[in-house]
Each structure stands twice: as C-alpha cells, then as structure tokens.
Design a protein around this ligand. Structure first.
Ligand code: ADP
Ligand code: MG
Length: 693
C-alpha cells in the first residue's frame, strides 16, 4: 500500500471526521481543534457516534481513555463497546459522556498525596486537539488525568496549561507588531529518539537488563565506538526490517516518522519525526517508545530506552527541538527578511535567552532522573550545566546591539533593532556545536539534555512556562511604551546585557568550562537530588501559580514523586546487583578457582611447574575477596536505605552511599570477568550484547 494510504489510517483525523460527522458537527470540531477551544458538549454525542462507526469499521472492539500518569508511561483501561439489551441481545454503544470523561479507579497511580486513598477517584478528560486513534483493536482517546479535587495527576494537564500560557503572552507581543490576524501561537516540538537494540535471548540471560533496563556489570569489550564505523553506517538487514515495520505502524497512527539511522555507539539507533504541536509531539513520542519496544520483540530483539544501558560507550538522549509558530504559518524563531521582522525575531530570541538564564534550575530539574544522571556530564552528552549556544554570527549581532557598536560592513552606524538587517543565519553555521545543552539551530532551539526514556512533557512544561513568563513581562513593558521602537531596542539591549552569561559557544565537554561556568554564576547540579529541590523554591512555585501551570500542592506532589522515583529506581538496581553478585558471579568464580586449585595441587604433586595456575588463582582470589567485601557493604547500605522513611534523606543517601557502593562492587566483578575462562561467566558479555544483532 502506498504510504499516503497508510498514513494516519488508524487515526480519526479531520479527513475521517469529515466523512463520519454531519457538516455542522464537523465544523464545530474543526474550530475546537484549530483554536484549542473546549469541546462544545452539545456535539459530544454526535462526535462519539461518528467515532464509534469509524472504529467499528476498522474492527475495533474496545475503547479506552489513554493518559499519561506521573509514572512516565502511558496508561489505559479497556472497555468494550458491548452493551446488553433487554431481550438478551447486545448493542454496540459509545456515548458522548464516555468520550468526554472517564473515571478510572486510579488509586495505584502516584499522586504524591494529592488524592487521599479514601477518595481514589481520578478523572480523565479528552484533549480534542490530539486525535483519537486505534491501537491493537482499541479506540484510544488521548486524555488529561486529574483528581476529584481538580489537581493534575498527569504530565499532560500542565503541558496544555503551559501551552495556553505561552499562547496568551506571545499573542500580546504579536499584536504589538501588528499581527492582528494571528489567532493562536503554539509551541512546536520534534523529538529525536535514541535507543539500543540487542538480541532477545541475550537480554533474557541478564537480570540487570530485565529488572533495570541497564547493565550493572560488564567489562569493556575490545571494540567500542572508537572507529566511528557504526554512525550512519549501513543498517543491518534484521534492524532494517524492524525499522520498516516500525515506520509503517507509526505512520498508521499518524506519527511522522521521518529519519532513521545508526547512532554513534554500536547497536544504537535514532528515529526522528517531523515536528508537530507540543502536545501531539508528546503523545506521538510516547507511542513511538511503546512501538519501538513492541516491534523489536517481534524481530527477536529488545529495545533499550534507558539513558545509559552500557558503560564505556555513549548513552541515549532525546533531543527536544523547540520553536513557536502561529496559525498563520509564521515560525517566531526564524530570522526574517526585513528589519521589522528581525526586530520581532530578536525579541523572541531575547525572551528565550532570559528564560533559560533565569530558569536554569527548572530546565535542569526537568530532565533529572536516575538514568539520566549517568549521562549528563559524561563525556558524550551535554554537561549538567545549562548554557546556550547561539553561534558566532548571532552572538556578534547581539554584541553589536548590546554595546551600541556597528555590525559587519556598516562601519559608521550603531546597530539598531528594527532598522538594520540581520545577516542570513545559515543553518550549518549554527548546528556545529554538539556539546551545547541548548543550541540555536537556525530557526529553533535544540534542548539536548532530556533522557531517552523520559516523557518530553516535563521539559516542555518548564520551557513553555519560563518563556511565557518572560514574554508577559516584555508585553507589559511594551504595551506601556510611548515609543514602541525605542522601548523595543532598550528591552533587547538590557536583556542581552543582563543575561549574556548564559551564552557559551565553546566546547561544553571541556573540563575548563565547569570552572568558567561557576565564575559566571551558572548553576551546576550534577545529580537528581541536587536538582529536584529547586522545584519547591518559593519563586518557582510563584512562577507556576502566576502562569496557571501548577499550583503549590501539585508542585509539592511532583517533587515528592520524582524524588521517590529516583530512590526506588536505584534501590531496584542495588538489589539486582546484590542478587547477581551473590547468586551468579561469586559462585561461578569460586567454582572456577576450585578447578584452578585442583589443577595446581595435581601439578605440584607431580612436580610440574604451575606458574599460570598459581598466579591466576592468586589474582582471582584477591578480586573475589574484594568483591565479597563490597557486596557485604552494599547489602548493609541497602538495608539502611530500606529503613529510611524520609524521602529527601533517602534520595540523598542513594546519591552519597548507595551509588558509590554499587560502583565499588562493580569494579572487582568486571575485573573478574576479564580473568576467568569465557565459559564460566554467568551471562552474556558486552561483546555479545553489542555486536550480537
Ligand atoms: P538535524 O538535527 O539532524 O540536523 P533537523 O534540523 O532537520 O535535523 O531536524 C531535527 C528535528 O527538528 C526534526 O524532528 C525536525 O522535525 C525538528 N524541527 C525542524 N523545525 C522545527 C520547528 N520549527 N520546531 C520544532 N521542531 C523542528
Ligand atoms: Mg539534532
């Protein structure tokens, strides 16, 4: 089937709505979608009916409200369309009420105390801007999830609120620039998704991968990524057929899967979609992660979405390409052709600069997870310090504005916003720096810190809220100005002056950057428990409340949930390590030393030289003892952690005691892997895992 027929064939999109809904219902729906208006309850019944007819024609039997609780994965509870009738026959039904609102028993989702257990009800409400789709014979309705008291229990509600906030403020600015025709401003996102593929049989033999998604032991194999022969290399047949199926399944769901290639590390791959509106991009990224995993299994492989599945080689991220665009087709981060367009571009650019500088903490903490801590700051991913890359050209322009100096050929006059033309910023002039966490890439920003496993809702909530708040301040100032142009120039100039410290075009992987960043007063928050407490700072709570994105209780509950999640994840890892060391590694090695000792004794008896056995036995035994000591220590620390009730104390203990103890245990065990005979080692090695597919 041609792609054009496959694409969105499982989505109730505008084309299907046109076919299945009456004309006036369709027009109402269109307005709802285009302008982000709430659904008119009067048409819910008719929409539900059309939807059901379409779903039945596609063979669907069930429906579900599809939502994104704070666990980071999507949740669904299927109900069938079946309805018993009086005469023992059945009818197939789906009401407007069922479409608009759901009431899952939600007591097992994390709520951070927002939903007392006696009031376990949670509600889901349809987000009509994200299309309904069919997945595995189930009609999925993308919804927001909130408590009886109206508190957000998911990632989507604050995301939608943050999009509203930025819409309101950006519109005010655009109206000042005379764009009265613009009705909505939406943030757009194109998330590039990295992942690893390994063989299913190898995976099953590793408890660490099974329980934690990453390897907790493993000596480096002789070949890593040093030859750079995997990056963009020919894709192997098995992977190719997986990608083909993945693409076609994603296309059916209306996901614009566009680019696929091998990544830097062996067995690492990337998928990039064409960008879309942030909430849709978020839904689609969740679906992409789900499908990558499901389809890999069909090809005898397992997809690892963990940020750092393997030591010694690159981890996986999710580059969040972000911009703002209007319903009239303007990209607000695209430098324009006229001085006036450029002035508008520079204003939005300044807003992002100020937002990123003022809210480094929020951006940093939005990507803080146990998994991502292994990646950020390592020599492969952006450092844990937030800075922005603008490229030399744009930085020079800003400098000229800041210092009232001429720019480029114009030797005499000062650079004036709204009068002078900007140089054409070439895309490749801006896209070279791969070490920056937040890079301007010609007409969008690329936030490179998010981890491969996280929902992109988190970082976009922060980004949207921070930029909305700055735009609000800008709009307040500009609306009051007697002379708009003068005020615009001053505003941009002061913003650059006050926030230029965040701009860094150098090498973010360089160690000297850490010292320099510190002298600039930039935040360096290396770990999750360092970063998360910033979310509950009074000024941040005020910001979230001011922009109506999260209230105080919601912020606190999220803080508690994310801190606890960090602890739980590492606790599972620590227990898994203990189990593997105790039950697999140490007994296997001990048994091997027995065979060495037997041979040694035999050789001694017969008077044959036994240098190899003796030396080997010594070395292995000494690492075995080290491993045992480390194991006992980790076991004791796990016990202490299990007894720690306070969630903040627990998270700090994980960072300060558990993780170091885990790495102390890993070292002798990895060494042992290199010392014993290959057949003794109880699970597949890095070489097998990384080069096995
Ligand atoms: P690369 O980073 O590999 O050079 P591109 O710059 O073409 O590739 O795009 C990377 C991602 O950025 C893609 O997912 C693309 O759809 C997305 N993107 C492009 N333009 C925008 C935009 N205006 N807003 C958000 N994302 C965008
Ligand atoms: Mg990119």
């Amino acid at each position: 089937m041609p792609i054009t027929d496959v694409f969105a064939s499982n989505v109730f999109d505008e084309a299907k709505m046109k076919e299945y809904l009456a004309k006036d219902t369709f027009q109402e729906m269109e307005k709802t979608i285009r302008e982000g208006k709430p659904l008119n309850p009067k048409i819910a019944e008719a929409v539900a009916h059309g939807m059901k007819e379409w779903a039945l024609s596609k063979g669907a039997t069930h429906f579900t409200h599809w939502f994104q609780p704070l666990t980071g994965v999507t949740a669904e509870k299927h109900d069938s369309f079946l309805n018993p009738s009086k005469d023992h026959s059945i009818s197939l039904e789906f009401s407007g009420k069922e479409l608009v609102k759901g009431e899952p028993d939600a007591s097992s989702f994390p709520s951070g105390g927002l939903r007392a257990t006696f009031e376990a009800r949670g509600y889901t409400a349809w987000d009509p801007t994200s299309f309904v789709f069919i997945k595995n014979g189930v009609l999925c309705i993308p919804t927001a999830f909130y408590s009886y008291t109206g508190h957000a229990l998911d990632k989507k509600t604050p995301l939608l609120r943050s999009m509203d906030a930025i819409n309101t403020q950006a519109l005010r600015i655009l109206h000042l620039f005379g764009h009265d025709d613009v009705k909505t401003v939406r943030t757009t996102v194109g998330p590039e998704q990295e992942y690893f593929l390994i063989d299913l049989e190898d995976y099953k033999q590793r408890k660490d991968l099974l329980y934690t998604g990453r390897t907790l032991f493993g000596a480096p194999c002789p070949k890593g990524q040093e030859l750079e022969d995997h990056y963009f290399g020919t894709i192997k047949t098995r992977v190719q057929s997986f990608m083909q199926e993945l693409n076609s399944e994603l296309w059916k769901l209306g996901v614009y899967a566009k680019t696929e290639h091998n990544e830097v590390a062996p067995a690492q791959f990337e998928l990039a979609p064409v960008f879309s509106t942030t909430n849709i991009a978020t839904d689609h990224n969740q679906l992409t992660m789900e499908l990558i995993q499901r389809i890999a299994k069909r090809h005898g492989m397992v997809a690892l979405l963990h940020e750092k599945p393997f030591e010694y080689i690159n981890g996986s991220g999710k580059h969040n390409n972000w911009s703002l665009s209007t319903d009239t087709g303007m990209n607000l981060l695209e430098p324009g052709d006229t001085p006036y367009e450029n002035a508008q571009f520079l204003l939005f650019l300044s807003a992002v600069i100020k937002a990123v500088d003022e809210h480094q903490d929020l951006l940093r903490l939005s990507v803080a997870t146990a998994g991502n801590d292994h990646r950020l700051g390592a020599n492969e991913a952006p450092p844990a310090i937030i800075s922005m890359f603008l490229g030399d050209e744009l930085t020079d322009v800003l400098k000229a504005i800041e210092t009232d100096q001429p720019y480029g050929q114009k030797k005499q006059e000062r650079m004036r916003v709204g009068i002078d033309i900007l140089p054409k910023i070439k895309k490749d002039a801006t896209d070279r720096n791969r070490t920056s966490p937040f890079a301007f890439t010609g007409n969008k920003f690329e936030f490179r810190m998010p981890g491969s496993n996280s929902s992109i809702a988190g970082c976009n909530i922060m980004l949207n809220t921070a930029v909305a708040d700055v735009l609000e301040g800008f709009a307040d100032t500009l609306e009051k100005a007697d002379n708009f142009e003068d005020m615009l120039h001053t505003l941009i100039q002061t913003t650059i002056k006050e926030h230029k410290r965040i701009i860094f075009n150098g090498n973010g992987y360089d160690d000297s950057w850490i010292g320099e960043a510190e002298s600039r007063g930039l935040l360096n928050l290396p770990t999750t428990p360092d970063a998360l407490p910033y979310s509950i700072k009074p000024e941040n709570i005020e910001l979230f409340e001011r922009q109506h994105v999260l209230n105080k209780e919601e912020v606190y509950s999220r803080y508690e949930i994310t801190m606890e999640e960090y602890t739980k994840i590492v606790l599972i890892e620590a227990r898994t390590m203990v189990g593997m060391a105790r039950k697999d590694i140490l007994p296997a090695v001990s048994k091997y030393t027995q065979s060495l000792a037997d041979t040694l004794a035999l050789k001694k008896q017969t008077g044959v030289s036994a240098t190899y056995e003796k030396a080997n036995l010594d070395e292995i035994s000494s690492y075995l003892d080290k491993a045992y000591v480390a194991l006992k220590d980790l076991e004791a620390k796990v016990k202490t952690l299990e007894e720690t009730e306070d969630f903040e104390k627990a998270a700090n203990y994980v960072r300060d005691a558990i993780l170091p103890a885990m790495s102390t245990l890993r070292k002798p065990c990895d060494k042992l892997e290199t010392l014993v005979s290959a057949e003794v080692w109880p699970f597949p090695t890095y070489g097998k895992l990384l080069f096995g597919i």
